[in-house]
Design a protein around this ligand. Sequence first.
Ligand code: PMP
Length: 453
Amino acid sequence: MDDLSNAYPTHDPEWVRDMHADHYLQSWSKQGSRPRVITGAQGSWFWDSDGKRYLDFQSQLVNANLGHQHPKIIQAIKDQADKLCYISPAMGSDVRSELAAIMNEITPDNITSTFFTTGGSAANETAIRVARHYTGRTKIIARYRSYHGATGGALSLTGDPRHHLTRADMPGIVRMLDPYVYRLPTGHTDPAKCPVAQGGPHLEELLMYENPNTVAAVILEPIVGTNGIIVPPEGYLQSIKATCEKYGILLIADEVMAGFGRTGKWFAVDHWGVQPDIITSAKGINSGYVPLGTMSVSTEIHDWLRDTPLPGGLTYAGHPLACASGVAAIRAMQEEDTLAHATAMGETLRTELHRLAEKHPCIGDIRGKGMFNGIELVKNRDTREPLVPFAAKGDAAKPMNDMMGYAMNNGLYLSFFSNVIRLTPPLNISQEDLMTGIEILDRTLEIADKDCN
Ligand code: PMP
């Protein structure tokens, strides 16, 4: 066999870029990119092979809720690796039981048991099947401005343009409109009089045509993440839940992005005291250090599952390394009072954004809760004409891409979808780092201001 010891240098950035471009397939992207090579990270910062540092205002894919390299999570993974790396999902395991017990503790009172997955897609995939079997019905109602994952069923639920890539969606998906108060449906200006922003009335109208007895579940992101940080108006979720209850339809809250303190509470539904029948989560549960997701169900569904097999399973369900990291991350958030810090930092961030709006005409709307925030950019505040069209990419999204490039070159990692910049720093970011990010954002927004009229 050839001596490969020199063929795989680990520290030459050019080699890393070559292999990335020629042999690595990257999610949702055209291939062949030659990215910055990231060599380390700590807290709210990461750095590249040139030693340049970046402030992570995204928490990567909105998953590093406790920032990078949190010592308690790393220690838990190491300890578990020494003890037991893998045991089949049917076996008892202390970290598995401990994480299940913690989930029971922090989810709404009606949610009492959890199936562990490898991420958000698998969690939603399982949730749909549970809902269909439990109700004996087929249809699932999902919203347009949504992302629920990349696997067959989860991508079919997804409303953003990526779902067109399924070519043929899983049958039985019905769509409803979003409570997007800044852009209400045509003809509406007052959310209080708009059935879509109210929730229940819009759902009820759909059900009149769909026949409620065929609908298993409504799935929604309580606060929309990827598709623009859309916070529902007061009463929306309660109204949806009441309508679901009226017709025996389950409510599935996809908390993959919004969960685990991101909005300042354990789950976004907690802001409105709504108890979904199923909650799915991933990402912030362990800050993404090891793949992990959850599908947690109500006591009623759990009781039903005592007599009926769970319609789903994974080799890595309840993986010990993942469960150990989840236990450590949630305990760290409790010990470090992370939710209170996220609430306070979120308020500071939005106050600063309102200050920036006084000098940047491109800022049309500021939305968010806790550390889950977005600014919607427009060409004109009066007409609300978006800075770039819905789901724009490439040249069509030029000012957005220019801003991301400028921010990155100036040490700030940001992301966008359509005309919305998401601002989702680690929950434990320091006030000083937060202000550093805002200062770079301030300069970045001058790029969009040039397109304002
Ligand atoms: N649901 C939501 C709300 C998400 O934001 C995501 C990921 N961005 C998913 C589901 C899919 O999760 P995963 O990529 O872990 O499969």
